[in-house]
Design a binder for this molecule. Structure first.
Ligand code: PMP
Length: 396
């Protein structure tokens, strides 16, 4: 028995090194990494800009305290606000913490402007917002919550994509609507046309805070720095983590000035925004926040998605979803999905299963076109093998 508490089903792989889109173990195996630390290794493994920035900052100052002005924190915040439509940033250390902070911020805003009755948070089926109590309560996946009740009160869930239900379930009591523009853990589900704009209008009508959870879709993942920038509307508040630190644990809440309700004495973090984490964010943004880089992410995403769509045409019930380098291949069948997933693993291509029937691909944003094609070859082989095993005469 090992000492680590097993919170994840491990894949039986023991990486000890990595370069670019590849992970290595001590036995000489190499793996093409289309998990990307779960949409987190935005610059791949061992990127010199990220490694150099962290080493350099570690030499200078690792941690002081938010009791001080931290120049590098102000620089990272300015980089984020200049690249987006937001004015203020709160730094923390993970996705779930950013969601906690966003919920608190929205409730405080509602409390200050309307009083304590306005405290409900509307979220959506199959959402994933994190594992701490506020974020878990917001997460509308019953199986993740079943043994942990009672949850935080005031969380209301509507079916994802159903604007009419969202309208019915909200009202003057609604402090915030929290939504992933593309649901990652829920199965790479893209918000249907008009849904996000409908939520924007609804929040305007209710004077509720529109929060986009961009923990997974942010930091260039969809080919925009943030997914909202490809949608054509601006939320009031946005959460970011994962890829923003390129693997360094970071989180951030971005807010318009009028919604920046957190302040001294009502929220904080010991580590959040510390110099080492800020060096990581600055290095990641230095690479990712570049129109040519983002255009290349979109291009590689297109190669991946087009090829998968061609493949899906030959798999009954299959569907490809996603944007940029966050793509899901939904087999509509858990056995088929598992079989292709296992084939990829055996062939040294790392992908993961989400939502039961979907294989998610979230490689480093620096993945090469050649690596995308190599991954596709393995994936096609997996589909061919799984389909001929399921229906011997089927040829893909
Ligand atoms: N929100 C979303 C949309 C996520 O995908 C995740 C992580 N999968 C989280 C929040 C929680 O992030 P973390 O694991 O860093 O707490």
């Amino acid at each position: 028995m090992q000492a680590v508490m097993e919170t994840y089903k491990r894949l039986g792989i023991s990486p000890t090194g990595g370069r670019g889109s590849w992970l290595f173990d001590d036995e000489g195996n190499r793996y093409l990494d289309f998990i990307g630390g779960i949409a987190t290794n935005s610059l791949g493994h061992g990127h010199p800009a990220l490694v150099g920035a962290i080493k350099d900052q570690a030499d200078r100052l690792i941690h002081c305290s938010n009791l001080y002005e931290i120049p590098i924190q102000a620089e990272a915040a300015a980089q984020l606000t200049q690249a987006t439509d937001f004015d203020r940033v709160f730094f923390c250390n993970s996705g779930t913490e950013s969601v906690e902070a966003a919920i608190k911020l929205a409730r405080k805003h509602a409390h200050d402007h309307h009083g304590p009755e306005k405290h409900e948070v509307l979220t959506f089926s199959k959402s994933f917002h994190g594992r701490t109590y506020g974020a878990l309560s917001a997460t509308a996946q019953p199986s993740l919550k079943a043994a942990f009740g009672p949850m935080l009160p005031g969380m209301v869930h509507a079916p994802y994509g159903d604007l009419e239900a969202a309208e019915k379930l909200s009202g003057p009591q609604t402090a915030a609507i929290l939504v992933e523009p593309i649901q990652g853990e829920g199965g790479v589900n893209v918000a249907p046309e008009g849904f996000l704009q409908g939520l924007r209008d609804l929040c305007d009508r209710l004077d509720a805070v529109l929060i986009f959870d961009e923990v997974q879709t942010g930091a260039g993942r969809t080919g925009h720095l943030y997914a909202y920038q490809g949608v054509g509307l601006v939320p009031d508040v946005l959460t970011s983590a994962k890829g923003l630190g390129g693997g360094f644990p970071v989180g951030a809440v971005l807010a318009k000035e009028e919604f920046a309700a957190l302040g001294p004495g009502n929220h904080g973090s010991t580590f959040g925004g510390n110099p080492l984490a800020m060096a990581a964010i600055k290095a990641v943004l230095g690479v990712v926040n570049d129109e040519d880089f983002l255009a290349e992410v979109r291009f590689k995403g297109r190669i991946l998605k087009n090829a998968l769509e061609t493949l899906a045409d030959r798999v009954p019930g299959a569907e490809v979803r996603g944007e940029g380098l966050l793509i899901g291949f939904d087999f509509g069948d858990p056995d088929l999905a598992r079989s292709v997933f296992e084939h990829c693993l055996e062939e040294g291509v790392l992908v993961n299963l989400v939502g039961g029937t979907t294989i998610r691909m979230a490689p480093p944003l620096t993945v090469t076109r050649t690596e995308v094609r190599a991954m596709l070859d393995t994936f096609r082989g997996g589909v061919r093998a799984a389909m001929s095993a399921a229906v011997p005469e089927a040829a893909v």
